[in-house]
Design a protein around this ligand. Structure first.
Ligand SMILES: Cc1cc2nc3c(=O)[nH]c(=O)nc-3n(C[C@H](O)[C@H](O)[C@H](O)COP(=O)(O)O)c2cc1C
Length: 319
């Protein structure tokens, strides 16, 4: 199945800059879109909830201004991430704003719900749902999502455990719609590899933490620059859901990252499970691909690097 125009027409690379709790805000999203990749942010990052209206107005107006000034290189569309979970009391409010501003792409996480998909379809938007296994992928498509984000092992934040090869292969056996791959993708070669194995696009998070536009502390950005796969630990201790985190931040919080206790389910709540500020502010999420990140740079330079590497990988393979 051909990719919908929203996911390809104005893109310089087949990439979504994935939503990052606390870190993604209009400045980062706009920089990603202007650099030619889809920029995304979680609706919950706008706090209080009334701020979401302001953010969506700002992004919509600024992208329209950019396109009028640069018709030769229009900005990529943007995406809003909705946590679909019964404890997310803001969902209805946040979704109605996505409808008001006709947000081109909505990324739903945790729960797949037909009403969310119908609301987004009402104005011509598309819904991508993130999943970590084939069973959840089937359920999301059955409930009306347009596409899937396969979150494989090594992804930053809440991550799966499956090999990207196995996950994409299983989904492609029955699904020919839009399919993205997430997990430790940090080079242009890895974007091409995702396409080669059957994905349409790459979903990239952690490298964007170490950009000038990201809303992360300098220490966090430096930890991404200095880190590599061996510095990442996979644990459910902090939110009740397994995710990947930077070991130095766990050491700084006075814990031993190599001996974390299992999560206590009785202590888990929505705020923690969907990114409780404390867990994410002090315990830093990151995927395993960060060795490719050598400096804190503007988003534009990161996307330039990804594009140069992507072209070099294509040339190497004589594509
Ligand atoms: C610090 C951090 C925060 C994240 N917050 C969210 C979030 O709020 N919503 C969401 O759907 N995914 C979230 N993710 C997951 C990313 O959107 C994406 O799946 C992941 O970053 C991809 O793996 P990579 O970091 O190795 O590129 C987060 C990831 C990180 C590293």
């Amino acid at each position: 199945m051909a990719l919908p125009p929203i996911l390809k027409d104005k893109l310089r690379l087949p990439v979504i800059g994935s939503p990052l709790f606390i870190i993604s805000h209009p400045k980062l999203t706009l920089a990603q879109c202007k650099a030619g990749v889809i920029g995304a942010f979680p609706a919950l990052n706008a706090r209080p909830e009334s701020q979401l209206d302001e953010w969506l107005a700002e992004i919509t107006e600024e992208l329209a201004r950019h396109d009028a000034a640069h018709p030769d290189r229009p900005a990529a569309p943007f995406a809003v991430n909705q946590i679909v979970h019964m404890s997310n009391k803001r969902l209805e409010h946040d979704l109605s704003l996505c409808v008001k501003y006709k947000v081109p792409v909505v990324i739903s996480s945790l729960g797949a719900v037909p009403e969310v998909n119908a609301a987004v379809h009402s104005y011509g938007g598309i819904v991508l749902h993130d999943i970590i296994n084939n069973r959840h992928a089937h359920s999301a498509i059955r409930k009306g999502a347009d596409g899937l984000i396969a979150v494989a092992s090594g992804a930053g934040g809440h991550a799966g455990t499956l090999s990207p090869f196995a996950l994409i292969q299983e989904i492609r056996e029955w699904f020919d719609g839009p399919l993205l791959l997430a997990g430790a993708i940090a080079t242009g070669g890895a974007i091409l590899a995702a396409e080669a194995m059957g994905a349409d696009m790459a979903y990239i998070g952690s490298p964007f933490i170490a950009t000038q536009e990201a809303r992360a502390s300098e220490a966090y950005k430096q930890a991404i620059v200095e880190g590599a796969a061996g510095d990442i630990v996979y644990s459910n201790y902090f939110t009740g859901i397994h995710g990947n985190y930077l070991k130095p931040s766990i050491v700084a919080a006075g814990m031993d990252p190599d001996n974390l206790p299992p999560a206590d389910p009785s202590k888990m709540d929505f705020e923690q499970a969907t990114g409780g500020a404390k867990a994410w502010k002090d315990i830093w999420g990151s995927g395993q691909g960060i060795s490719a990140v050598k400096a804190v740079e503007p988003v534009e330079k990161l996307v330039d690097r990804l594009e140069a590497e992507y072209k070099a990988a294509r040339a190497r393979l004589a594509l």
